[in-house]
Design a protein around this ligand. Structure first.
Ligand SMILES: C[S@@+](CC[C@H](N)C(=O)[O-])C[C@H]1O[C@@H](n2cnc3c(N)ncnc32)[C@H](O)[C@@H]1O
Length: 310
């Protein structure tokens, strides 16, 4: 009986909330859209609605980062224009054009999944390659807090200018108007790349602190591939696994024709979800999934002895 009363009250409250369709101000209405968007994105990524990641999405206005309207939303068959300059259109789980030659603000739930897998903590140091106008850099900066730091790299001058403005209020962010595919890079706990590479670059692997994580799209010639997570473990062989398939624009300075071709073959003919480790040498063994210059991915997990060494 008591329980029945409670749920009756809860459902009438929900009905009341749903009837209340008039917001006092436009700002209040957009905040409501953003709050729902944050819950939606978090749920799609398997992250709790009250997590810091959901809170970072809830408090970051996407409209500041995607440029002025008309906003162009990506579909499989090209872009569709939002019919009005109402930011509510941006609070969907969609890719939005950054209004710069084929460069887009990525899919929120994809980035939420990636960021939650990377587990950035307060005080961590992050390297973010391909910052665009700074939307996901802002999310990362909120997660590490002012004790942490984010070094963001972007090569497109127009986007750098916009990122500079957007990131000005975050003292923990340093924006570098240069390629993040070249050294020197600062030592970091997390290295997150938002453009497709054909190899886990030595400069990225070398920047990882012990226990550090690298996540980047390993992609073939058509931009298709999968997000590869590498964790720096003790020993020569590091943990590596693909999270899910993804399509990205290329990372300048991180692509090689021969590796592109080998990756296309591997993605086409060998199960990408079998990859378990990264070797940093030029002597691929029988468990090799794909090999590049000075690295190869193996379907064998790092050995137990290597784990015990920790
Ligand atoms: C798909 S866009 C993503 C932008 C941003 N992360 C977002 O979602 O809003 C990829 C970005 O990577 C940048 N980029 C490509 N190669 C780069 C490199 N070597 N160093 C830094 N940025 C690079 C591009 O200019 C582009 O802005």
């Amino acid at each position: 009986m008591h329980l029945h009363l409670q749920s009756g009250r809860a459902s009438s409250l929900r009905r009341w909330e749903m009837r209340k369709t008039h917001w006092r101000t436009d700002e209040e209405r957009i905040e409501a859209h953003r709050a729902f968007f944050a819950r939606f994105v978090a749920a799609r990524a398997g992250v709790a609605a009250d997590s810091e990641l959901a809170e970072a999405f809830r408090t970051t206005p996407r409209e500041r980062f995607v440029g002025g309207p008309p906003w162009r939303i990506l579909t499989r068959h090209g872009f569709v224009e939002a019919p009005r300059d109402d930011p509510a259109f941006l609070y969907q789980d969609v890719v939005v054009s950054l209004d710069a030659d084929g460069l887009n603000n990525g899919e929120p739930s994809l980035h939420a999944m990636c960021i939650s897998t990377l587990r950035p903590m307060k005080g961590d140091r992050i390297v973010h390659v391909g910052a665009g106008t700074g939307y996901y850099t802002t999310i990362l900066a909120k997660l590490v807090g002012e004790r942490g730091g984010v070094d963001a790299y972007e090569i497109e001058p127009g986007l750098v200018r916009r990122a500079q403005e957007n990131l000005a209020g975050l003292p923990q962010v340093t924006l570098h108007a240069r390629s993040g595919a070249e050294g020197p890079l600062p030592e970091c706990d997390v290295l997150y790349v938002n453009a497709g590479a054909t190899a886990p670059l030595a400069v990225w692997l070398d920047a990882l602190k012990p226990g550090g994580r690298l996540l980047f799209p390993l992609t073939a010639d058509d931009g298709g591939g999968a997000m590869l997570l590498i964790a720096r473990t003790d020993g020569e062989v590091w943990e590596a696994r693909f999270l899910f398939q993804a399509q990205f624009v290329g990372c300048a300075g991180a692509r090689d024709d021969t590796e592109e071709w080998r990756l296309a073959e591997a993605f086409r003919h060998r199960g990408w979800n079998k990859v378990r480790s990264l070797h940093r040498d030029d002597t691929p063994g029988a468990s090799c999934w794909v090999a590049g210059h000075g690295w190869w991915l193996s379907t064998e997990a790092p050995t137990v002895t290597q784990h015990r060494d920790r």
